[in-house]
Write a protein that binds this ligand. Structure first.
Ligand SMILES: *[C@@H]1O[C@H](CO)[C@@H](O)[C@H](O)[C@H]1NC(C)=O
Ligand SMILES: *[C@@H]1O[C@H](CO)[C@@H](O)[C@H](O)[C@H]1NC(C)=O
Length: 235
């Protein structure tokens, strides 16, 4: 009797411990998910990313090159003077210089892009950078730009001329549209070594495998054949 009561108590306390462990686990999981949602603050000057760990010394998301072996080219990229080819269906081209192109950007939370727009309607279509705020400067041409706030959805827009700067906050849908007869060129800094991009139309109508057209017909209040046409276009 005494024994079984003791066993019961032990069982209860083990349940409590398990509950406690679960809470700790949950707290850690939440903390960790926040930490990994943003580029980490580096604990060293830099951590030049390398694909193979032969000459690696630290691990901080990626293998880092032995800092004694780093060279200027680890921190450099050339070719942003060359326009991207805008001969595509949207009439724009983004050349992104992220950690894949400058391994020295690893852990530093920043990247750069050149944006080219064809005359008369070149469009960088509505998209999201899930991990980065963008700050853009127009160097040539005229861009109608904007972003939409989270609920309630408010549109913030402006027409930009050379020298004008505009900020697109992290995670918000935004676009840039050439409204002049000339080419437009802009450069943008992004607050992530790998800001990522979700182009709304492609993500909705073109994923592999496709989303059930009934879902999209209802969500967008479109006829199913219109949805299927869009899915063919973006597939
Ligand atoms: C880098 O060089 C310094 C000075 O020679 C040396 O003390 C250090 O161990 C080296 N670091 C690595 C990771 O090789
Ligand atoms: C952007 O331009 C580059 C360089 O001309 C080209 O290789 C690439 O295919 C273009 N991308 C798109 C989406 O048109």
């Amino acid at each position: 009797m005494q024994d079984s009561r003791r066993q019961l108590k032990a069982k209860e306390s083990s349940h409590k411990m398990k509950g406690f462990h679960f809470l700790v686990f949950l707290a850690l999981a939440v903390a960790f998910s926040f930490a990994s949602a943003f580029d980490p603050s580096p604990l060293q000057d830099f951590c030049v990313a390398i694909p193979e760990p032969e000459n690696a010394v630290f691990v901080n998301g990626k293998f880092c090159k032995n800092p004694n072996l780093t060279v200027a080219n680890d921190f450099s990229f050339s070719g942003l003077n060359i326009p991207g080819n805008t001969g595509n269906r949207v009439g724009s081209n983004v050349t992104l210089v992220n950690v894949d192109r400058i391994p020295g950007l690893n852990t530093l939370g920043i990247s750069l892009a050149r944006l080219d727009f064809a005359p008369y309607g070149g469009l960088n279509p509505p998209h999201i950078h899930p991990r980065g705020t963008e700050i853009l400067v127009v160097v040539e041409g005229t861009l109608y730009v904007g972003f939409v706030t989270s609920n309630p959805n408010r549109l913030i827009t402006k027409v930009l001329y050379p020298g004008d700067v505009f900020v697109f906050p992290i995670g918000l849908i935004h676009f840039q549209f050439n409204v002049a007869k000339t080419n437009a060129v802009a450069f943008a800094g992004l607050s992530s070594q790998n800001p990522g991009v979700i182009t709304i139309a492609d993500a909705i109508f073109g994923p592999d495998p496709p989303i059930n057209p009934d879902v999209l017909a209802k969500a967008f209040q479109l006829d199913k054949d219109v949805v299927e046409k869009l899915q063919k276009l973006f597939a």
